[in-house]
Design a protein. Structure first.
Length: 376
Protein backbone atom coordinates (compact mmCIF):
# COMPACT_ATOMS: atom_id res chain seq x y z
CA UNK A 1 0.00 0.00 0.00
CA UNK A 2 1.18 3.56 -0.68
CA UNK A 3 2.08 5.67 2.33
CA UNK A 4 1.27 9.35 1.81
CA UNK A 5 0.80 12.57 3.64
CA UNK A 6 -2.49 12.64 5.50
CA UNK A 7 -5.13 14.78 3.80
CA UNK A 8 -6.21 18.01 5.48
CA UNK A 9 -9.60 18.33 7.12
CA UNK A 10 -11.39 19.94 4.21
CA UNK A 11 -11.88 18.63 0.69
CA UNK A 12 -11.11 22.08 -0.71
CA UNK A 13 -7.71 22.20 0.95
CA UNK A 14 -7.05 18.65 -0.16
CA UNK A 15 -7.81 19.60 -3.78
CA UNK A 16 -5.57 22.65 -3.51
CA UNK A 17 -2.75 20.49 -2.19
CA UNK A 18 -3.24 18.01 -5.04
CA UNK A 19 -3.09 20.87 -7.56
CA UNK A 20 0.14 22.18 -6.02
CA UNK A 21 1.70 18.71 -5.93
CA UNK A 22 0.78 17.98 -9.53
CA UNK A 23 2.25 21.31 -10.67
CA UNK A 24 5.54 20.28 -9.08
CA UNK A 25 5.35 16.83 -10.68
CA UNK A 26 4.69 18.44 -14.06
CA UNK A 27 7.72 20.72 -13.69
CA UNK A 28 9.84 17.70 -12.86
CA UNK A 29 8.57 15.73 -15.87
CA UNK A 30 9.01 18.60 -18.33
CA UNK A 31 12.70 18.89 -17.46
CA UNK A 32 13.15 15.50 -19.10
CA UNK A 33 11.03 16.13 -22.20
CA UNK A 34 12.78 17.05 -25.43
CA UNK A 35 12.03 20.50 -26.84
CA UNK A 36 8.90 20.58 -29.01
CA UNK A 37 7.92 17.19 -27.64
CA UNK A 38 5.12 16.26 -25.28
CA UNK A 39 6.14 12.72 -24.47
CA UNK A 40 8.87 10.67 -22.89
CA UNK A 41 9.82 7.02 -22.89
CA UNK A 42 8.43 4.53 -20.39
CA UNK A 43 12.01 3.81 -19.38
CA UNK A 44 12.49 7.47 -18.42
CA UNK A 45 9.24 7.46 -16.44
CA UNK A 46 10.37 4.39 -14.52
CA UNK A 47 13.72 5.99 -13.78
CA UNK A 48 12.03 9.20 -12.59
CA UNK A 49 9.36 7.43 -10.53
CA UNK A 50 11.24 7.55 -7.17
CA UNK A 51 11.73 11.29 -7.55
CA UNK A 52 8.13 11.77 -8.67
CA UNK A 53 6.88 9.88 -5.62
CA UNK A 54 9.15 11.95 -3.39
CA UNK A 55 7.81 15.15 -4.93
CA UNK A 56 4.27 13.92 -4.28
CA UNK A 57 5.35 13.05 -0.72
CA UNK A 58 4.61 9.38 -1.22
CA UNK A 59 7.23 7.41 0.66
CA UNK A 60 6.75 3.96 -0.79
CA UNK A 61 5.09 2.04 -3.59
CA UNK A 62 4.79 -1.72 -3.84
CA UNK A 63 6.25 -3.59 -6.84
CA UNK A 64 2.70 -4.62 -7.79
CA UNK A 65 1.49 -1.00 -7.81
CA UNK A 66 4.52 0.10 -9.81
CA UNK A 67 3.92 -2.62 -12.40
CA UNK A 68 0.23 -1.74 -12.62
CA UNK A 69 0.96 1.96 -13.06
CA UNK A 70 3.54 1.38 -15.82
CA UNK A 71 1.23 -1.07 -17.55
CA UNK A 72 -1.56 1.50 -17.69
CA UNK A 73 0.83 4.14 -18.99
CA UNK A 74 1.97 1.79 -21.75
CA UNK A 75 -1.51 0.71 -22.80
CA UNK A 76 -0.72 1.62 -26.42
CA UNK A 77 2.31 -0.75 -26.27
CA UNK A 78 4.64 1.82 -27.85
CA UNK A 79 6.88 2.44 -24.86
CA UNK A 80 6.18 6.17 -25.24
CA UNK A 81 4.12 8.07 -22.66
CA UNK A 82 2.19 11.27 -23.36
CA UNK A 83 2.89 13.82 -20.61
CA UNK A 84 -0.76 14.83 -20.22
CA UNK A 85 -1.85 11.20 -20.02
CA UNK A 86 0.74 10.58 -17.34
CA UNK A 87 -0.33 13.60 -15.28
CA UNK A 88 -4.01 12.68 -15.50
CA UNK A 89 -3.35 9.11 -14.43
CA UNK A 90 -0.96 10.09 -11.66
CA UNK A 91 -3.47 12.62 -10.30
CA UNK A 92 -6.04 9.80 -9.93
CA UNK A 93 -3.36 7.70 -8.32
CA UNK A 94 -2.41 10.48 -5.88
CA UNK A 95 -5.96 11.35 -4.88
CA UNK A 96 -7.01 7.76 -4.28
CA UNK A 97 -4.01 7.12 -2.04
CA UNK A 98 -4.36 10.41 -0.16
CA UNK A 99 -7.52 9.06 1.47
CA UNK A 100 -5.40 6.93 3.80
CA UNK A 101 -6.98 7.34 7.23
CA UNK A 102 -3.99 6.33 9.29
CA UNK A 103 -2.44 9.17 11.37
CA UNK A 104 1.02 10.69 11.17
CA UNK A 105 1.51 10.14 7.45
CA UNK A 106 3.22 13.54 7.23
CA UNK A 107 5.72 12.76 9.95
CA UNK A 108 7.96 10.48 7.89
CA UNK A 109 9.07 13.58 5.97
CA UNK A 110 10.33 15.12 9.21
CA UNK A 111 12.13 11.86 10.00
CA UNK A 112 13.81 11.99 6.60
CA UNK A 113 14.79 15.62 6.99
CA UNK A 114 16.41 15.01 10.39
CA UNK A 115 18.19 11.83 9.30
CA UNK A 116 19.55 13.23 6.04
CA UNK A 117 20.92 16.30 7.79
CA UNK A 118 22.41 14.04 10.47
CA UNK A 119 24.13 12.03 7.72
CA UNK A 120 25.61 15.25 6.36
CA UNK A 121 26.82 16.15 9.84
CA UNK A 122 28.37 12.69 10.27
CA UNK A 123 30.41 13.43 7.14
CA UNK A 124 31.37 16.92 8.31
CA UNK A 125 32.36 15.68 11.76
CA UNK A 126 35.17 13.60 10.23
CA UNK A 127 36.92 16.92 9.47
CA UNK A 128 35.70 18.70 12.63
CA UNK A 129 33.56 21.03 10.52
CA UNK A 130 30.50 22.84 11.90
CA UNK A 131 27.18 20.94 11.60
CA UNK A 132 24.22 21.77 9.41
CA UNK A 133 21.32 22.61 11.72
CA UNK A 134 18.62 23.01 9.09
CA UNK A 135 18.04 22.99 5.34
CA UNK A 136 18.71 26.74 5.36
CA UNK A 137 22.30 25.92 6.40
CA UNK A 138 22.83 23.83 3.27
CA UNK A 139 25.04 26.32 1.48
CA UNK A 140 27.43 25.95 -1.44
CA UNK A 141 30.27 25.82 1.10
CA UNK A 142 28.63 22.99 3.10
CA UNK A 143 27.99 21.03 -0.10
CA UNK A 144 31.61 21.53 -1.16
CA UNK A 145 32.89 20.08 2.11
CA UNK A 146 30.58 17.06 1.92
CA UNK A 147 31.58 16.29 -1.68
CA UNK A 148 35.28 16.61 -0.90
CA UNK A 149 34.93 14.26 2.08
CA UNK A 150 32.84 11.70 0.20
CA UNK A 151 34.64 11.73 -3.14
CA UNK A 152 38.17 12.53 -2.01
CA UNK A 153 38.37 15.12 -4.78
CA UNK A 154 39.24 18.80 -4.48
CA UNK A 155 36.59 21.30 -5.55
CA UNK A 156 37.58 24.59 -7.17
CA UNK A 157 35.75 27.05 -4.97
CA UNK A 158 35.50 30.80 -4.49
CA UNK A 159 34.15 31.75 -1.06
CA UNK A 160 31.85 34.64 -1.90
CA UNK A 161 28.53 36.19 -0.93
CA UNK A 162 27.91 36.99 -4.58
CA UNK A 163 25.08 34.84 -5.92
CA UNK A 164 26.64 34.45 -9.36
CA UNK A 165 29.84 33.10 -7.77
CA UNK A 166 27.79 30.77 -5.57
CA UNK A 167 25.96 29.40 -8.61
CA UNK A 168 29.32 28.79 -10.28
CA UNK A 169 30.52 27.00 -7.15
CA UNK A 170 27.54 24.66 -7.10
CA UNK A 171 27.74 23.97 -10.83
CA UNK A 172 31.39 22.99 -10.32
CA UNK A 173 30.30 20.65 -7.51
CA UNK A 174 27.56 19.15 -9.67
CA UNK A 175 30.12 18.54 -12.40
CA UNK A 176 32.28 16.53 -9.98
CA UNK A 177 29.22 14.62 -8.82
CA UNK A 178 28.36 13.75 -12.41
CA UNK A 179 31.91 12.59 -13.04
CA UNK A 180 31.53 10.40 -9.96
CA UNK A 181 28.36 8.89 -11.49
CA UNK A 182 25.97 10.62 -9.09
CA UNK A 183 22.63 11.30 -10.79
CA UNK A 184 22.23 15.09 -10.98
CA UNK A 185 19.18 15.21 -13.27
CA UNK A 186 16.73 17.86 -12.12
CA UNK A 187 19.23 19.37 -9.66
CA UNK A 188 19.78 23.08 -10.27
CA UNK A 189 22.25 25.36 -8.53
CA UNK A 190 19.68 28.14 -8.21
CA UNK A 191 17.20 25.85 -6.44
CA UNK A 192 19.84 24.84 -3.90
CA UNK A 193 20.65 28.49 -3.19
CA UNK A 194 16.91 29.20 -2.87
CA UNK A 195 16.75 26.48 -0.14
CA UNK A 196 14.32 24.27 -2.08
CA UNK A 197 13.90 21.61 0.59
CA UNK A 198 12.56 18.83 -1.62
CA UNK A 199 15.38 19.26 -4.10
CA UNK A 200 18.03 19.45 -1.37
CA UNK A 201 16.72 16.28 0.31
CA UNK A 202 16.64 14.55 -3.08
CA UNK A 203 20.25 15.64 -3.65
CA UNK A 204 21.33 14.32 -0.23
CA UNK A 205 19.62 10.98 -0.92
CA UNK A 206 21.53 10.64 -4.19
CA UNK A 207 24.76 11.32 -2.29
CA UNK A 208 23.80 8.67 0.26
CA UNK A 209 23.01 6.16 -2.47
CA UNK A 210 26.41 6.76 -4.07
CA UNK A 211 28.71 7.12 -1.09
CA UNK A 212 26.94 5.32 1.75
CA UNK A 213 24.92 2.38 0.43
CA UNK A 214 26.04 1.81 -3.17
CA UNK A 215 28.03 -1.31 -2.27
CA UNK A 216 25.08 -2.96 -0.55
CA UNK A 217 22.68 -3.57 -3.43
CA UNK A 218 18.89 -3.46 -3.22
CA UNK A 219 18.57 -6.13 -0.50
CA UNK A 220 22.19 -6.88 0.37
CA UNK A 221 22.15 -5.27 3.76
CA UNK A 222 18.70 -6.69 4.55
CA UNK A 223 20.09 -10.16 3.96
CA UNK A 224 23.00 -9.30 6.23
CA UNK A 225 20.64 -7.91 8.86
CA UNK A 226 18.65 -11.14 9.01
CA UNK A 227 21.80 -13.20 9.37
CA UNK A 228 22.78 -11.02 12.32
CA UNK A 229 19.30 -11.29 13.86
CA UNK A 230 18.84 -15.02 13.32
CA UNK A 231 20.48 -16.04 16.63
CA UNK A 232 18.00 -13.74 18.40
CA UNK A 233 15.06 -15.40 16.60
CA UNK A 234 14.16 -12.12 14.91
CA UNK A 235 13.96 -11.00 11.28
CA UNK A 236 13.17 -7.92 9.18
CA UNK A 237 11.09 -7.93 6.01
CA UNK A 238 11.81 -4.32 5.00
CA UNK A 239 13.55 -1.12 6.02
CA UNK A 240 10.42 0.54 7.29
CA UNK A 241 7.65 -1.02 9.35
CA UNK A 242 9.71 -3.96 10.62
CA UNK A 243 11.85 -1.54 12.63
CA UNK A 244 8.90 -0.28 14.63
CA UNK A 245 9.67 -3.34 16.74
CA UNK A 246 12.52 -1.99 18.92
CA UNK A 247 13.90 -5.48 19.51
CA UNK A 248 15.41 -5.56 16.02
CA UNK A 249 17.80 -2.65 16.53
CA UNK A 250 18.51 -3.65 20.13
CA UNK A 251 19.53 -7.12 18.93
CA UNK A 252 21.45 -5.71 15.95
CA UNK A 253 23.53 -3.51 18.26
CA UNK A 254 24.27 -6.47 20.53
CA UNK A 255 25.18 -8.67 17.55
CA UNK A 256 28.27 -6.54 16.82
CA UNK A 257 29.73 -7.74 20.13
CA UNK A 258 27.37 -10.42 21.44
CA UNK A 259 26.38 -9.85 25.04
CA UNK A 260 27.72 -6.30 25.35
CA UNK A 261 24.31 -4.68 25.54
CA UNK A 262 22.83 -7.14 28.01
CA UNK A 263 25.89 -6.92 30.23
CA UNK A 264 25.68 -3.13 30.41
CA UNK A 265 21.94 -2.58 30.58
CA UNK A 266 18.79 -4.21 31.87
CA UNK A 267 16.62 -4.54 28.76
CA UNK A 268 13.02 -5.03 29.88
CA UNK A 269 11.03 -3.52 26.97
CA UNK A 270 8.63 -2.02 29.53
CA UNK A 271 9.95 1.29 28.17
CA UNK A 272 10.87 0.49 24.54
CA UNK A 273 11.97 4.03 23.66
CA UNK A 274 14.41 4.19 26.58
CA UNK A 275 15.75 0.71 25.86
CA UNK A 276 16.27 1.56 22.19
CA UNK A 277 17.85 4.90 23.06
CA UNK A 278 20.38 3.19 25.35
CA UNK A 279 21.16 0.66 22.62
CA UNK A 280 21.83 3.39 20.04
CA UNK A 281 23.97 5.32 22.52
CA UNK A 282 25.98 2.16 23.14
CA UNK A 283 26.42 1.70 19.37
CA UNK A 284 27.89 5.18 19.14
CA UNK A 285 30.11 4.77 22.21
CA UNK A 286 31.42 1.27 21.48
CA UNK A 287 31.37 1.07 17.68
CA UNK A 288 31.51 4.71 16.56
CA UNK A 289 28.13 4.42 14.80
CA UNK A 290 26.73 7.91 14.98
CA UNK A 291 23.20 8.16 16.31
CA UNK A 292 21.71 9.75 13.19
CA UNK A 293 18.14 8.65 14.02
CA UNK A 294 15.89 9.34 16.97
CA UNK A 295 14.28 6.26 18.62
CA UNK A 296 10.88 7.99 18.56
CA UNK A 297 11.12 8.44 14.78
CA UNK A 298 12.19 4.82 14.23
CA UNK A 299 9.24 3.44 16.19
CA UNK A 300 6.51 5.98 15.42
CA UNK A 301 7.43 7.67 12.12
CA UNK A 302 9.61 5.23 10.16
CA UNK A 303 11.04 6.27 6.82
CA UNK A 304 12.56 3.62 4.56
CA UNK A 305 15.42 5.70 3.20
CA UNK A 306 16.37 6.97 6.66
CA UNK A 307 16.40 3.53 8.25
CA UNK A 308 18.35 2.00 5.37
CA UNK A 309 20.93 4.77 5.72
CA UNK A 310 21.30 4.16 9.45
CA UNK A 311 21.51 0.37 9.14
CA UNK A 312 24.23 0.72 6.50
CA UNK A 313 26.57 2.02 9.23
CA UNK A 314 26.14 -1.26 11.11
CA UNK A 315 26.87 -3.24 7.94
CA UNK A 316 29.98 -1.22 7.19
CA UNK A 317 31.28 -1.58 10.74
CA UNK A 318 30.73 -5.35 10.70
CA UNK A 319 32.35 -5.91 7.31
CA UNK A 320 35.31 -3.64 8.12
CA UNK A 321 35.95 -5.51 11.37
CA UNK A 322 35.28 -9.01 10.08
CA UNK A 323 32.25 -9.53 12.32
CA UNK A 324 30.02 -12.46 11.41
CA UNK A 325 26.81 -13.67 13.11
CA UNK A 326 27.60 -15.70 16.21
CA UNK A 327 26.58 -19.34 16.29
CA UNK A 328 24.56 -20.48 19.31
CA UNK A 329 25.86 -24.00 18.69
CA UNK A 330 29.40 -22.85 19.48
CA UNK A 331 28.56 -21.36 22.86
CA UNK A 332 29.80 -24.39 24.79
CA UNK A 333 33.31 -23.73 23.52
CA UNK A 334 33.20 -20.08 24.49
CA UNK A 335 34.68 -18.91 27.77
CA UNK A 336 32.71 -15.68 27.96
CA UNK A 337 29.74 -15.09 30.22
CA UNK A 338 26.71 -17.11 29.04
CA UNK A 339 24.88 -13.81 28.46
CA UNK A 340 26.99 -13.57 25.30
CA UNK A 341 24.97 -16.36 23.72
CA UNK A 342 21.51 -17.14 22.50
CA UNK A 343 19.37 -14.27 23.73
CA UNK A 344 15.94 -15.44 22.65
CA UNK A 345 12.99 -13.06 22.26
CA UNK A 346 9.39 -14.21 21.76
CA UNK A 347 7.54 -13.53 18.51
CA UNK A 348 5.66 -10.19 18.35
CA UNK A 349 2.25 -11.86 18.80
CA UNK A 350 3.16 -13.21 22.26
CA UNK A 351 0.99 -11.14 24.60
CA UNK A 352 0.60 -13.28 27.70
CA UNK A 353 2.88 -12.74 30.67
CA UNK A 354 5.73 -15.19 30.77
CA UNK A 355 8.50 -15.74 33.24
CA UNK A 356 12.06 -14.67 32.58
CA UNK A 357 14.76 -17.02 33.74
CA UNK A 358 18.31 -15.80 33.32
CA UNK A 359 21.01 -18.22 34.41
CA UNK A 360 24.57 -16.94 34.60
CA UNK A 361 27.65 -18.55 36.07
CA UNK A 362 26.98 -17.00 39.45
CA UNK A 363 23.26 -16.33 39.75
CA UNK A 364 19.76 -17.17 38.70
CA UNK A 365 17.20 -14.40 38.37
CA UNK A 366 13.48 -14.75 37.83
CA UNK A 367 10.96 -11.95 37.43
CA UNK A 368 7.63 -11.26 35.76
CA UNK A 369 7.37 -9.25 32.54
CA UNK A 370 5.85 -9.18 29.06
CA UNK A 371 8.69 -10.89 27.26
CA UNK A 372 11.12 -13.71 27.71
CA UNK A 373 14.88 -14.05 27.61
CA UNK A 374 16.37 -17.49 27.63
CA UNK A 375 20.07 -18.09 28.05
CA UNK A 376 21.19 -21.63 27.25
Amino acid sequence: MLHTRRSSTSQELGDAMATEIMAQVKDLILKHVEEDQNSLTLETVEKLLPEILNTAEISEISPQQKEKLLERLNRNKTGVVDVNDFLALFLQFYKSESRDKRPNKRDWKETQRKTFLAWCNACLSTKNLPPIKSVSDFTDKALKEIIQICSGKTVKFIDSANRIKQVENINQILKIMSEDEVDIKGIEAESILDKNEKLILALIWRLIMKYQISDLGETGDLEWVNKQLEPYHLSATDFKNSWQDPRLLIALVDSLNPGILFKNYSVTLTDPLSDLDRALELAEKEFGIMKIMDPHDIINNPDKQSIQTYISYFYKYATKNGIVPFSPSSRMNNTLDPLTWNVSFPPPHLNQKTRIQIDTKTQAIGRENDFEITIK
